[in-house]
Design a protein around this ligand. Sequence first.
Ligand SMILES: NC(=O)c1ccc[n+]([C@@H]2O[C@H](COP(=O)([O-])OP(=O)(O)OC[C@H]3O[C@@H](n4cnc5c(N)ncnc54)[C@H](OP(=O)(O)O)[C@@H]3O)[C@@H](O)[C@H]2O)c1
Length: 231
Amino acid sequence: MSIGIIGSDQIGSAFARAVVRSGLPVTIANSRGLQSLKALTDELGPLAKAGTREEAASADIVLVAVNWSKLPGLPAWNGRIVIDANNPIGAPPFRPAELHGQLSTEVFADLVPGARVVKAFNHLPPNLLLGDPAAEGGRRVPFFSGDDAAAKEEVARLIERLGFFRIDLGPLSVGGRLTQFPRRPSAGAEPGQVRLRPNVTPRQAERNRPAHPSRRSFFAPFPFVFLRRTR
Ligand SMILES: NC(=O)c1ccc[n+]([C@@H]2O[C@H](COP(=O)([O-])OP(=O)(O)OC[C@H]3O[C@@H](n4cnc5c(N)ncnc54)[C@H](OP(=O)(O)O)[C@@H]3O)[C@@H](O)[C@H]2O)c1
C-alpha cells in the first residue's frame, strides 16, 4: 500500500511520522517544493520521500491536509482513495469558511472528482496523531466516514496499522456532519442521533490541549475519544 500526503506541516507531517512508524512508505508534497521538504524526509528516513503534488496524489491512499482556502486542484483521481483531513477554517485568522449549506467534506469531494473520499483525521490535533495511540492503556480513536465501503475498509485497515482503534461513523452525510468543525452538532444530540461521549479525564484533557494558546478555542469542542478496557 502506498501513501501520499498533500500538505506537510502540522497535520501532514504528523501523519507522515505515524505512517513511517508503521513501516509504510510515504510520499509527501507541499506548495513550496521538494527542497523545502528535505529536513522532514531526512528526519523520517528512507521510507519517506518528497514529491510533487501529482506524485503524492498518485499513491493508493492520499491524505490531503492543507489550509481550507488552498485546497488544491489535482489530476484525475480514477477511483483512488482520498482522505479528507481538512476543516473549513480560514487560517490565519481562524474563521469559519462559508459552505453555502454543504458539508465541508461535500465541498472537498467536489474538488477531487473521481476520488473515493473518506473523511478522517480532521478531529485529531497533531500531537495526538503522532503520539502513541495506545499510551495510557487505551486506544486513541480516529472516527472515519465515507460512501464507498471498500475505500472505508482500506482506510480502516490503515487506521489499525497505525495503532488506532477504528470507529466507522457511516456515510459522509452522517459522519461528515458529526465530525465537522466548526458547525458540527453539539454534544446534546437530538433523539435518534448518536451521542458521542468522550471518556477523557481532566488530566488527559489538560495534556491534550494544544500548546499554542491561539489554538485552544479552535480545539475545545472536539471529541478526543480514548477507549479504555473495562471489566
Ligand atoms: N492543525 C491541526 O491541529 C489540525 C487538526 C485537524 C485537521 N486540521 C486541518 O488540516 C488542514 C491542514 O492543517 P495544518 O494545521 O496542518 O495546516 P498548516 O500547518 O498550515 O499546513 C498546511 C500545509 O499545506 C501545504 N499547502 C498549502 N497549499 C498547498 C497546495 N496548494 N498544494 C500542496 N500543499 C499545500 C502547506 O505547504 P507550504 O508550507 O509549502 O505552503 C503546508 O505544508 C486544515 O484543513 C486544518 O483545518 C488541522
